[in-house]
Design a protein around this ligand. Structure first.
Ligand SMILES: [Cu+2]
Length: 236
């Protein structure tokens, strides 16, 4: 994808996102209402596959990683993500990875369903834009950029191993409890709106075991390396 196309995509997502705010907000009554003092806070993250990663001589392997898309359009480490409290956060995750995976959750089995749910967002949903391979079979006529697929729970199976069509999750934990869970999909852009109304330091973690497959069921490598598939979220 060249720069022009990329910026057009980002612009489109932001513009459509603006429309999405109104739609999502007007149909939601369950989330705490907070009046943003300085408007929405935009966080855009990028997941790229195959970043050079060295574990040891045996398990040298490329690994997927989250990055923060910085204001100057460079990719910065996602080790420490600072977010404002009491303010609408517009979170965009651009996933360049390919999926899906047969496994999800702590135990690397496919029977852990909490990480297939959208948790902690406005309306309990996320929006999938520019969907390609992973979601094409879900609904062909919903794959255009102007018709986002609205997802609250991923409950379909997409591969021979019987897994979920999720490549990664962006999950925020408060003392081990899931307060935000946003599944992402290969080749798609995910948009979600959320409020974090309690200040503090939290952990973020991907819950699709996408690390070194030969070590600890994928719960290694990127999965346990700060800035790759885990890190800190500071809400202030
Ligand atoms: Cu991951």
């Amino acid at each position: 994808m060249d720069d022009k196309v990329f910026y057009a995509l980002v612009t489109a997502v932001v513009v459509i996102g603006g429309i999405g705010i109104g739609v999502a907000y007007s149909y939601t009554t369950s989330h705490p209402v907070s009046v943003p003092s300085t408007g929405p806070y935009y966080l855009t993250m990028v997941i790229t596959p195959s970043n050079p990663y060295v574990y040891n001589k045996t398990y040298e392997h490329n690994q997927p990683s989250y990055f923060i898309l910085a204001a100057n359009n460079s990719l910065e480490s996602a080790a420490n993500i600072v977010l404002p409290a009491h303010r609408e956060i517009v979170l965009t995750i651009i996933d360049y990875d390919s999926g899906p995976t047969p496994n999800i959750g702590n135990t690397s089995t496919s029977n852990t369903t909490i990480f297939t749910k959208v948790i902690g967002t406005v309306g309990g949903v996320e929006y999938q834009y520019n969907t390609t391979t992973s979601l094409a079979s879900y609904k062909d006529n919903n794959t255009s950029l102007l018709k986002p697929v609205v997802i609250s729970q991923v409950n379909w199976y997409g591969n021979a191993s019987g897994g979920y069509n999720i490549t990664h999750t962006f999950t925020i934990l408060n003392s081990g409890q899931v307060i935000v869970n946003i599944p992402t999909f290969g080749g798609t852009t995910t948009l979600a709106y959320l409020y974090l109304n309690n200040t503090g330091t939290y952990t973020w973690q991907c819950y699709v075991p996408c690390g070194l497959s030969a070590v600890n069921g994928g719960w290694s490598g990127a999965m346990t390396t700060v800035g790759w598939m885990t890190g800190t979220v500071v809400v202030d």
